[in-house]
Design a protein around this ligand. Structure first.
Ligand SMILES: Cc1cc2nc3c(=O)[nH]c(=O)nc-3n(C[C@H](O)[C@H](O)[C@H](O)COP(=O)(O)O)c2cc1C
Length: 246
């Protein structure tokens, strides 16, 4: 018998246990796979990651130096810094027919996420909410369905994490992109994979000498309203803010 406080967790573990066979109706959904833009959206290209000369950093030093920073300066992020952060969190490193592989692992290489960013201070890109298109390595500006890009900060327990950041990452999951292949077990993979992405952001931001903070305490219903997503077919799974150190 489980206590009330742990019932939800145990139910989740039980209902997502590994099955002997995968779902029989395994047909890949065709909706909005890996950041497809709407016909009326204008692509904002980002600097090509390969062409950006990065200062060498030692991986071991970077891992040792990784820590959370919650206070940011008023300085802008360079567009190339944003390009690198996006590339090493959701960027495509290899295309192989219909499959593509990214800088983070994903069960079945399905990559069930969308990346939106709230831009406050990035050189050459006006403030607003944007979506990252991994296959194009580009951004498109998104419409806020309620409020504006500043409203995202108010959904967080500590609004300054977002309002004072140069850029805040909002990762949303599209469960259908996992469930068609892995059934209920795919739910576990969504949360595991969000962790991979945010850790890559921590490592990359640390390597670039930027400050970063993972954000888990936000009101998802409010975020869903702002982004215009229903919270079921697509829901906010994790956030993180980044800025220059004070
Ligand atoms: C899943 C998760 C959610 C978090 N949510 C928040 C948050 O909402 N607000 C915040 O200030 N820090 C948040 N953090 C950052 C942690 O507080 C931080 O990682 C912890 O204090 C350890 O510090 P370190 O990252 O410097 O090792 C979160 C971290 C994780 C992994």
């Amino acid at each position: 018998m489980h206590s009330d406080s742990s019932r939800t967790g145990y139910r989740f573990l039980k209902e997502t246990i590994l099955q002997d066979s995968l779902p029989s109706q395994s047909k890949e959904p065709t909706t909005r796979i890996c950041g497809v833009c709407e016909p009326d959206q204008v692509l904002i290209p980002l600097p090509t990651p390969d062409a950006i000369p990065l200062d060498p950093v030692l991986l071991w030093d970077t891992l040792d130096n990784r820590h959370t920073i919650r206070d940011y300066s008023d300085d802008e992020l360079h567009k190339w810094e944003l390009s690198i952060l996006l590339h090493y969190t959701q960027g495509v490193r290899e295309k192989n027919g219909p499959s593509h592989f990214r800088t983070v692992p994903s069960a079945g290489a399905l990559h069930p996420f969308e990346t939106r960013i709230v831009i406050n201070r990035v050189s050459g890109i006006p403030p607003g909410i944007y979506r990252y298109l991994p296959l194009d390595h580009a951004l498109v500006q998104e419409t806020c369905h309620s409020g504006d890009h500043l409203s995202i900060a108010k959904t967080c327990k500590k609004p300054s994490l977002v309002s004072e950041s140069a850029v805040t990452f909002i990762w949303t999951a599209v469960p259908e992109r996992m469930i068609w292949k892995f059934g209920q077990r795919g739910w576990r993979y969504l949360f595991i994979e969000a962790g991979h992405i945010c850790q890559n952001l921590y490592i990359t931001a640390t390597g670039l000498h930027l400050g970063i903070c993972a954000i888990g305490s936000y009101n998802e219903n409010d975020i869903h309203c702002i982004l215009g997503i229903d919270g079921e077919t697509e829901f906010c799974i994790y956030m993180a803010s980044v800025g220059k150190k004070k």
